[in-house]
Design a protein around this ligand. Structure first.
Ligand code: CO
Length: 511
């Protein structure tokens, strides 16, 4: 008979070793954050060496003999069956995820990982050059090598249906490409038809956002905004970077960045709210689980559901426009003195098909993601040749968004993800929208008067609800199980499409 008190000791051993690796990851993130914000350009090469060294040490820790031995006392590493007795449900859930992480970490030989890292870091340099000079032919052989390596990676990781599943699973655990395809297919049809109706309606005037919005004022505004929504500055901070991101070193240090465009105050407003959503999730993860999977976010899709919840469901809502207008008037009196909440609501929700994903509005954004998902599936499955990518990209842009990019720079070369080797990442952006719509329905049922609170600048009920329902769960449940537990529903496109149709029928007075 296994002794339950031994099981607790063994569990603590696994937790301690895992916490060491997590602590090193936090240290590596400090270096990454610094590189994106304050590091002088000249420090680039040695910083890369520092991070490579740490990455190697972290990988060794996560795959060490010690860790293996400690883990296999509790769980069968092949089948994932928990063999120890007397563990709690939470501990069993943590073991399930530890086993998953260990399987992934040990599936790839060190030589493969090193080669892939070298390939993608060289490819990123070529991609930058290709993008700057609209020269896809420079990037093409590199992308070909990346696609080939990813096929190999998928084989090493293993999959049952489609090699793409192995890659998708790295970002959205337990997701299957067939399910994502079905979901996206339905989104594609509904959003396309909504977009057709919108583009036939008279366009909204957004001259409200024209003017000069100095960087210092925008940064002060962003900080006030964070204070208002409840970002705890004792446990995080806001800085500026070219691409906004959030990076949590650990639960008591969440770093956010925003981008500032002096001709556009909305970009920073929405990216600040977006990154706040990510940062709040990290701040609210259970601190006593720091170092175990239960102290980590459930998936990229769930993470994105949190950022999109704050950015779109709250930030682009009518009550939020009521709340934020006086703040905009205070910081940018020239542009906003004569504005009304109704005019702000319409202008901030203007829809316009464009070439660039990161500048896309709420309606067209998901179409940009579907385009990437379909193309990267075809590339991995070999049904699309890398050399034919620009043509396929432009054809899909025309089909989905009705526009044709004037160059590959504004087309298939715009995102870094493929140069980075991150196939399987894009779908999580759209899953985030779909998940946030499901969560919002449940939230609204619990707090039907949320609009009144938001108008008055009180966001407590939103923060608390997300904390209890989502953040505190960590990785206890697989993403879809977590959503089912919270909402009682299976994930479909209905909630998100219904939301878009209702809202944009109002914004564009569609009949
Ligand atoms: Co995000």
């Amino acid at each position: 008979m296994p002794d339950p008190s031994n099981a607790q000791k063994d569990y603590e051993k696994v937790f301690d070793l895992s916490r060491e690796a997590k602590t090193l990851e936090g240290i590596s993130m400090v270096l990454e954050w610094d590189a994106e914000t304050y590091m002088p350009d000249g420090a680039c090469a040695i910083r890369a060496q520092q991070r490579e060294l740490l990455a190697g040490i972290i990988h060794e820790k996560r795959t060490s003999k010690d860790f293996h031995h400690a883990l296999e006392k509790l769980i069968d590493l092949k089948t994932g069956a928990v063999i120890a007795e007397g563990l709690t449900e939470r501990q069993r859930a943590a073991l399930r995820e530890w086993q998953r992480d260990y399987r992934i970490a040990t599936a790839l030989p060190t030589a493969f990982v090193q080669e892939f890292t070298k390939l993608t870091s060289d490819a990123q340099i070529v991609w930058r050059d290709a993008r700057a000079n609209n020269a896809f032919y420079l990037f093409e052989p590199w992308l070909q090598r990346i696609v080939d390596s990813l096929r190999q990676k998928a084989d090493l990781l293993g999959y049952s249906e489609n090699p793409y599943d192995a890659l998708l699973d790295l970002y959205e655990p337990y997701a299957r490409s067939t399910e994502v395809s079905t979901l996206f297919g339905s989104l594609r049809t509904s959003i396309r038809s909504l977009l057709d109706r919108i583009t036939q309606a008279p366009q909204i005037d957004n001259s409200l956002f024209k003017g000069n919005f100095p960087e210092i004022a925008q940064m002060e505004f962003a900080k006030k905004l964070l204070e208002a929504v409840g970002f705890d500055r004792a446990y995080g901070r806001l800085d500026v970077s070219t691409h906004p991101f959030s990076n949590a070193f650990h639960p008591t240090d969440s770093r956010l960045t925003t981008r500032i465009d002096v001709s556009d105050p909305v970009s920073s407003l929405l990216s600040t709210l977006h990154e706040f959503g990510h940062g709040l999730y990290e701040q609210n993860l259970p601190a006593n689980e720091y170092g175990s999977p239960l102290g980590e976010a459930a998936s990229h899709g769930i993470h994105e559901s949190q950022s999109r919840f704050w950015e779109t469901r709250i930030g682009l809502s009518k009550p939020f426009c009521h709340f934020v207008l006086p703040l905009l008037q205070k910081f940018f009196p020239e542009a906003f003195t004569k504005a009304t909440p109704a005019a702000l609501f319409k202008a901030i929700n203007r829809v316009e098909p464009s070439y660039i994903r990161t500048e896309a509005d709420e309606v067209t954004y998901t179409l940009h993601i579907i385009l990437r998902f379909e193309l990267e599936m075809d590339l991995i499955n070999g049904t699309l040749k890398v050399k034919d990518l620009p043509e396929a990209w432009n054809a899909k842009m025309k089909e989905l968004l009705g526009v044709t990019p004037p160059s590959d720079t504004k087309g298939c070369l715009q995102d870094i993800h493929w140069a980075h080797g991150s196939f399987g990442y894009f779908p999580t952006y759209a899953l985030g929208n779909v998940y946030s719509a499901h969560l919002f329905e449940s939230f609204e049922n619990s707090f039907p008067s949320w609009q009144e609170s938001v108008k008055q600048g009180d966001f407590t009920c939103i923060r608390n609800w997300l904390r209890d329902q989502v953040h505190h769960q960590g990785r206890t449940y697989a993403p879809l199980t977590l959503l089912k537990k919270i909402t009682g529903k299976k994930v479909t496109s209905d909630a998100y499409v219904g939301y878009l149709e209702n809202k944009y029928s109002d914004v564009y007075s569609l009949t």
